[in-house]
Design a protein around this ligand. Structure first.
Ligand SMILES: Nc1ncnc2c1ncn2[C@@H]1O[C@H](COP(=O)(O)OP(=O)(O)O)[C@@H](O)[C@H]1O
Ligand SMILES: [Mg+2]
Length: 218
């Protein structure tokens, strides 16, 4: 990632030679998605772990509503970049700014492993994504709607251990969606799934991305 990013979109700002490639996808209903999403602007980002300088001079602007894929070889810093964007780690230097000040629940990450709580049933695992809003009166109803959104409404009372890998990832997606985030970062969430499950998950993610453009009450 030392060589930074290369961009293909016309409205994303290019930087130098790529170790990583950022691929955007555009949405037909762009105006609606822009309303829901947050733009992201990264300037002069640097991250070092001791002597290991993983990110250096990263400049990136992603307009609100875009679905952007970051591609690069293993160890080049993709996860590090996503962790910084999600606020899970702090930059060594540089800035990361969103179009508006996000609420804590506005930025969510989904990881390669579903990271479900084994001692909690599926519905409770989704409610975890509500954070402090978990104690609100409609928390359970919101979690149920998120489960339906990912096609797992009938699994609400199951334990994570009885689910397939793809189903676990869908629960993780519901947990990420339940707070209606405005930025959703995926760190290779489909990497451990078989090819057919991965295709259906890709379609699900695309549908959710489009659907999330329309503001909802959950
Ligand atoms: N918490 C950490 N402490 C020390 N080094 C780290 C840490 N996280 C990542 N790294 C290092 O940063 C580099 C990039 O890692 P990572 O962002 O996970 O790459 P990618 O996701 O592109 O495979 C690797 O050399 C890795 O060892
Ligand atoms: Mg990674």
């Amino acid at each position: 990632m030392q060589e930074a990013l290369r961009f293909q979109p016309v409205d994303a700002e290019p930087v130098d030679d790529a170790d990583i490639v950022v691929k955007p996808r555009y949405l037909r209903r762009v105006t609606e998605n822009v309303a829901r999403g947050l733009s992201l602007t990264i300037r002069g980002l640097r991250k070092a772990f001791g002597d290991n300088e993983v990110l250096r001079g990263i400049d990136l602007h992603i307009p609100a509503g875009q679905f952007v894929a970051i591609v690069g070889r293993s160890g080049c810093g993709k996860s590090t970049l996503l962790r910084l964007i999600a606020g899970l780690d702090a930059p060594t230097a540089g800035s990361i700014a969103f179009g508006e000040q996000p609420r804590a629940q506005d930025v969510r990450v989904m990881f390669q492993e579903p990271r479900l709580l084994p001692w909690a049933r599926v519905l409770s695992n989704v409610e975890v994504g509500l954070g402090r809003e978990r104690s609100s009166a409609d928390a359970q109803a919101r979690a149920e709607r998120a489960l339906v959104e990912v096609g797992l409404g009938d699994k609400r009372a199951q334990w994570p251990s009885v689910l397939s890998g793809g189903q676990k990832q869908r629960v993780a997606l519901a947990r990420a969606l339940v707070s209606q985030p405005r930025v959703l970062a995926f760190d290779e969430p489909l990497g451990a799934l078989d090819a057919l499950t991965r295709i259906s998950m890709q379609q699900l993610l695309e549908r959710v991305w489009r659907d999330q453009a329309s503001p909802r009450s959950w």
